[in-house]
Design a protein around this ligand. Sequence first.
Ligand code: 5GP
Ligand code: MN
Length: 356
Amino acid sequence: MKKLDCRKLDLLEKILDSGERLTLVTHTHPDGDAVGSTVGLLNYLIMNRKDAMVVYSDKIGENLQFIINKAVRNRVINFCDAPEKAQERIQSSDVVILLDANSFRRTAGLEEILSNSAAKKILIDHHLNPEESQFDLIFSETETSSACEYVFYILMELKEVSGEAKRLPSETSRALMTGMTTDTNNFANSTFPSTLEMASRLLEAGVDRDAILSNLYNQYSEYRIRLMGTFLKDLMILTAQGAAYAILDKKTQNLYHMGIGDTEGFVNIPLSISQVKISIFLKEDDGHYRVSIRSKKGTSANQMATLFFNGGGHECAAGGKLVFGKDIEGPSEAPIYIENAIVRFFQKEPTQKELQ
Ligand code: 5GP
Ligand code: MN
């Protein structure tokens, strides 16, 4: 991670000190990093007696509920449960901070409210291409594992913390460790020297990593593991180009009682096959498929998501949507669409020589 810019930190400290009402927002379908970075920062702001809240665009998965501690539970608004309350909160805020997303576009239903708000707008993110025109102050860094890691290093620079991780509220430390762990897939990718240093400093400050790992990876339903069997045996398709894809329709999701976040990680599994360079996972939702893409180094998940799935993300981890009535007529057309996309993608793929 690059050194943080002192002037930006001064400005952030000024804005945080002067802002009366702060509201944190993140991307739709919040993952561990989105929830970890917002809850982590929220706990810090509350400890410093700020009027702070988080507004999520939609629901948080069961597997992440453990980081939403009691003190912040009534400081979390969900736009899909309480749209008017969410709107009122954003409209009456002095400061809005977007975490783990590069644009208000990623907040779906909140986009218009956020864009029209008169609040000071701050970005803290680790994706490519921040939408600069939307923000008054931008912390954007791709050489970092996660928004959680970035928040950690920003907090370390603030006066109240002065580099002492022990001074963070324990709920902040736990939330940041959690989001960093999920975004690196438990240190399997995007792990920088600064990431290990953060982990080390948080462990030293007393974070119970075993409890976090147990909550994240050992609390799944039996259904998830049985569905994984079906995924591997019947749903995963390998193509001649070295791609894997799988489509999970609503019927199968219901059969296995799948809730939000329950299929997290499925998309990674095909990458463990030696010839697979990119893995695409489609999960049927209302009116569209949610698309998750992962790739090995040298193949761009981000390009695949951008070119064919109305999305984006990082080089090796990206996502998007396949919309019924727009990209495809209906769910049954997905296999043909993907097969075509894969052929076209690999025709376009630059050679190693071109990349150098
Ligand atoms: P996931 O597959 O875990 O949902 O997402 C992987 C990565 O892709 C995340 O970093 C996420 O921010 C990004 N991503 C997922 N969905 C979208 C999308 O619809 N648009 C964009 N621009 N990025 C996405
Ligand atoms: Mn992230």
